[in-house]
Design a protein around this ligand. Structure first.
Ligand code: SF4
Length: 233
């Protein structure tokens, strides 16, 4: 009996599936699985419909989709929302791995225990960790108290043999160059030697906190040169 037939119908937690991306998983053709819900409320969030919305697809539908696409895709990006909130994530990753896919996890770092389990069981291949803000600004930007959890997640990634990157969305009016330098220092203190990616906030009408276009201008010249920084759209 196939994996798909063995999978029982569970509550729908998957908001949607993007069937194909060449951009979201470095060097891999992949699909993106968007999990509904998030435990943060970043004002600049581009996905309020996913954060506040309900899932529309079940695990069974996802696995059926993946089985059909197995010859065309190499990887699966688990994103959201915050995918680590999905209670059956470890089991789901076992099933996705069983179909032969690599897994990339996009996370806000709020759930180090799930991250640890996934790494321990060798279920994920790459992680994008969102470092939202330094401690002093974390609550005002994310409307959450997960800074310590984020640092735990960073340290778990750092101390395990797993590929990962760290990235920050920059809206200059709420996170300036000084804050980025603070994050850079924290990354260095924790032994991070990879590229630190900055994603410039691009204004859209529908953000979670009705964010406005930045008034200030980001000055790259004020950034620390202690860490390698790259900008990404
Ligand atoms: S940007 Fe913030 S609110 Fe939106 S999905 Fe990411 S962590 Fe959640």
């Amino acid at each position: 009996m196939s994996l798909v037939k063995n999978c029982k119908e569970v509550a729908k937690s998957i908001f949607d599936i993007t069937p194909f991306t060449m951009l979201d998983y470095p060097n891999h053709l992949a699909c993106i699985v968007w999990f509904a819900g998030c435990n943060m409320r970043c004002s600049y969030c581009y996905n309020p419909h996913i954060v506040l919305g309900k899932g529309k697809k079940s695990e069974e539908e996802l696995l059926e989709f993946l089985q059909k696409r197995a010859k065309h895709l190499e990887g699966v990006v688990l994103s959201g929302g915050e995918c680590t909130l999905y209670k059956k994530l470890v089991d789901l990753c076992i099933k996705i791995k069983g179909l032969g896919f690599k897994i990339k996890l996009d996370t806000n770092g709020s759930n180090p225990n799930v991250l640890k389990q996934l790494i321990k069981q060798n279920l994920i291949d790459f992680v994008s960790l969102d470092f939202k803000a330094p401690k002093t600004l974390f609550k005002s930007i994310t409307f959450s108290n997960f800074y310590d959890a984020l640092i735990d997640s960073l340290q778990i990634l750092q101390s395990n043999d797993i590929s990962f990157e760290v990235r920050t969305t920059v809206h200059i009016d709420i996170l300036n160059e000084h804050a980025i330098n603070e994050i850079s220092d924290i990354l260095l203190e924790n032994g991070y030697s990879g590229i630190y990616y900055l994603q410039k906030y691009l204004h859209v009408e529908q953000t979670l906190g009705k964010m406005q276009n930045p008034i200030k201008i980001f000055d790259k010249n004020l950034l620390s040169d202690k860490i390698k920084i790259e900008f990404r759209n």
